[in-house]
Design a protein around this ligand. Sequence first.
Ligand code: ATP
Length: 294
Amino acid sequence: MNAIAFTDVTKSYGSVLAVDGLTLEVPAGSTVALLGPNGAGKSTSINMLLGLLRPTSGDIRVFGETPAEAVRHGSIGAMLQEGTLIPELTVAETVEFIRRLYPDPLPLEEILRLADLTDLAKRRADKLSGGQTQRVRFALAVAGAPKLLLLDEPTAAMDVESRRSFWDNMRAYAAQGRTILFATHYLEEADENSDRVVVVARGRVVADGTAAEIKASVAGQSVSFRLGDQSVSGLDGLPGITGVELQGGRVTLRTADADATLDALYRKTTLDVRDLQIHGADLEDAFLALTQEA
Ligand SMILES: Nc1ncnc2c1ncn2[C@@H]1O[C@H](COP(=O)(O)OP(=O)(O)OP(=O)(O)O)[C@@H](O)[C@H]1O
């Protein structure tokens, strides 16, 4: 069963095409990162899944239902980029207020534990730090025990320590067979916390797979070295080369075949190559290559 199915979905805001022919299926039980630069269409896609925005064309299903039906049945929980709390209520009162709106919510104690809020249960909402407020917003998103949890850049206001515990909590929730879709521009978060990364740019999917597959899809490696005051001309003719950069006396050759490039570099040129380093492509290289091509 698919938790999410977008079929050829577009969304325009006037002349801005925010989502451009998005087709995406997410099987129930998986954790998917929607990774993309600013303006890629991530929030628009999440807001359409929640029924807050209507697609201009195409179809969206959540567990086979329309988004509005899925929301009505309590199937979706969401943590969006904005959302304020009621200042006078304590954390426990806030969570209790929201959980009562759902047909089959989690027990209050479990929600507080899942969001690391047990010790803050009696604290008023207006006395919370930014990171603590985010934890309450996570608690509200899981309160109804939703089968699908949508998180739109959930760690944007968090420090390193809060981020780590946030993702631990998210994984604990996912481990109970739930489906999670989260939007992020942090490559590391996508890599570490999802089973699948969908890279979007300008409203389209430009790559889809595990983080390892996405890294492998981008031309392999780079070879870099220092080159005194010699010229770099001709290096782009070496075998395997996909790009040549020169920065601060250091040359970086991007290559699809580092062995062939190195062999030719030593045998076919008379360059005085020093301090040679070889790097594998990382997710950041892949992300930049994919989103710039789009
Ligand atoms: N209400 C709106 N009216 C007009 N244009 C909009 C509106 N909301 C979003 N857009 C535009 O649609 C495109 C996609 O925006 P969206 O917020 O979905 O991207 P995003 O991937 O979530 O970006 P970010 O990472 O910055 O949150 C952008 O070009 C944005 O400027």
